[in-house]
Ligand binder design. Sequence first.
Ligand SMILES: *Cc1c(COP(=O)(O)O)cnc(C)c1O
Length: 382
Amino acid sequence: MPDLAAQRPTWAEINLDNLIHNFRVTRAAVGGGVAIMPAVKADAYGHGAVECARALESAGADWFGVALPEEGFTLRQAGITRPILCLAGFWEGQEESIIAHRLTPVVFRLDGLDRLNQAARNAGCNVDYHLKIDTGMGRLGVQCSELETFLDDTVRFESLRLDGVMTHLASADNSDQSLFTEQQINLFESAVEAVQSKIQSKGHRPRWIHSASSAGALAYPRARGNLVRPGGVLYGLWRDVISPSTEPLGWRPVMSLRTRIVLVKTVQAGTPLGYGGTFVTAHESRIATIAIGYEDGLRRELSNRGQVIVRGLPAPIVGRVSMDLTLIDVSDVVAASVNDEVVIIGSQGERQITAEEVAAQIGTISYEVTCGISDRVPRVYL
Ligand SMILES: *Cc1c(COP(=O)(O)O)cnc(C)c1O
């Protein structure tokens, strides 16, 4: 049990052994010759980027993927040494820090390259970048139709080296859209050829070719290139991440979310509970108050809908989830008492609640659930 003696006993347990297990089975599945870039953006999907990256680095991760350069600075300050790719590019003014922290930016705009080139020249060094191609995601990337012109314009950036080419698949988790995905992969392969023939004259070939996140890496071997960028499956999130036609690899959940009972009471039939009295007891009930609310990331949509586990048994959430407190009905958990551990996500005894299940209940995906566990909830690393 974590020592939370002097704090509210609401915590997220992060099982780093399961993270490493997930990394290993994923690496075995994508095969030798393919490097792995765990996505640790968004504080490792709420799991804690520094701790997760440290564990993954010692397990052999080749790269790390962050969204913002700021996330990369944090990893460098924590002593992470593997290459770090800034997946969502960078903002004006961040060029110097990117170079100082040895981050590799993704680039998709000429003005970005121009600024990076100036910063590299000022720093007296050569800087690697990865070029992003938009093959159908429609979000970031140079459009295929503009690639030739774009490449012609990059020749003048003498302090930069195009060391990777990448794209992002929009629907790799959906086998109904496999034609679209195949088309994205085809477009990407042509783009890679165009890049190679164009910059070969500069005596260099991009070393890294990548397009696959979790779903793509598993369902489309051709999309692996020599580097894959899994996020979700490493955190044991897969039921709403990979294609249903992909065989799951025994990934284990990494995060569990736990709290304790603050108060238990017996109330009469007809008692309204919580804000607005949206739940009214049908019969005499035992109601427990638990120390977690929507500020912690227990989503308000779970009001009168969600379920938790107490003493290995299910207990429904009753009334509205409020900011710091929530009510559960423990009428069927005979011995439930103050201080009992309550599992919101995770397992206890034989019973388990996954982040995917919670997500489905509120109409979102598991990533939004784990990313949404707020900073107020301490992470306890196992
Ligand atoms: C987040 C992200 C990934 C990882 O996606 P998962 O679905 O978590 O595997 C890969 N590539 C890019 C560009 C991303 O932004």
